[in-house]
Design a protein around this ligand. Structure first.
Ligand code: MEV
Length: 285
């Protein structure tokens, strides 16, 4: 087979970040922005990567190695990526991994179930990042809005209208690894304190699932703001993020929270209709 192409969407964490790393549930939604990966065999002796929009190629290298080990393939390949996701923390590592594994399976005519695609992609992310819940991989594999269980890795689709969600970039790139480490250190020092926060986040996630299914956006917004406060207590918010949350609240948001690891990246907002958006860097999702 000659050239094959696959795509996978990015994501936004809606509820439950950090707690999900310790086995609690979270809610994540895929977005209307994608990474496309093109793969073909090359006659050259080694692989060729042309990967604009993917600053860290370790996910690509690791996916390739794991795929070769598992399916016993060894042809050098040429890999080209195209990304709509930018550098805003919208899940580009997971999306590029999922799209590449799908493309490799196509190249070798291997039928992968969604479960197998998740497993190999998650293994890839863990190999690079060491600690990760896999929620972003699940969003890229299954699409839509899902409840993801951090312990069993099971996925439940949440059926609803499209979430009235906006993402606003904080202007600062975040490091997921260092924020996960920060929470780990806090948990080592104050296990009870952190566990109580996680339990409260899990309660919010379960209530939010209901509220999303009922399209009760007022309730979803309230729960979002509560989730943000808990993330502040975990020490993963920043002055900039808190400031954005406050300003968006004043501009008419039904609820706002940081989304993802914290330390930067995006704030998400539940909006009744068009928000008074002057001065915010709103990302089209
Ligand atoms: C990062 O976007 C979300 C975290 O919960 C990490 C993870 O779930 O892998 C902090």
């Amino acid at each position: 087979m000659s050239k094959v192409t696959s795509t996978a969407p990015g994501k936004l964490m809606v509820f439950g970040e950090h707690a999900v790393v310790y086995g609690y549930p979270c809610i994540v939604t895929s977005i209307n922005k994608y990474i496309t990966v093109e793969v073909e065999k090359t006659k050259l002796e080694s692989d060729i990567f042309h990967t604009p929009g993917v600053p860290d190629t370790s996910f690509i290298r690791n996916a390739l190695n794991l795929f070769r080990e598992k399916y016993n393939t060894e042809d050098p390949v040429s890999i080209t990526t195209q990304s709509d996701l930018g550098n805003y923390g919208l899940g580009s590592s997971a999306a590029v991994t999922v799209a590449l594994v799908k493309a490799l399976a196509k190249l070798y005519d291997i039928r992968l179930s969604k479960k197998e695609l998740f497993k190999l992609s998650y293994e890839t992310i863990l190999g690079v990042q060491k600690t990760a819940s896999g929620f972003d991989v699940a969003a890229s594999v299954f699409g839509g809005t899902i409840l993801f269980d951090g312990k069993s890795k099971k996925v439940k689709k949440i059926t609803s209208e499209k979430l009235p969600l906006l993402a606003v970039y904080s202007g600062k790139k975040a490091s997921t690894v260092s924020m996960i480490d920060r929470v780990k250190r806090l948990r080592d020092r104050k296990p009870r304190f952190v566990e109580e926060i996680f339990l409260e986040i899990a309660r919010i996630v379960n209530e939010a699932k209901q509220a999303i299914e009922n399209c009760d956006w007022k309730r979803v917004g309230k729960l979002m703001s509560q989730n943000h406060e808990l993330l502040v207590r975990l020490g993963v918010s920043t002055k900039k993020l808190d400031d954005l949350v406050m300003r968006l609240g004043k501009a008419g948001a039904l609820g706002t929270k940081l989304s993802g690891a914290g330390g930067g990246d995006c704030v998400i907002v539940i909006v009744p209709k068009e928000i008074n958006n002057t001065g915010f860097k709103i990302i089209d999702i």
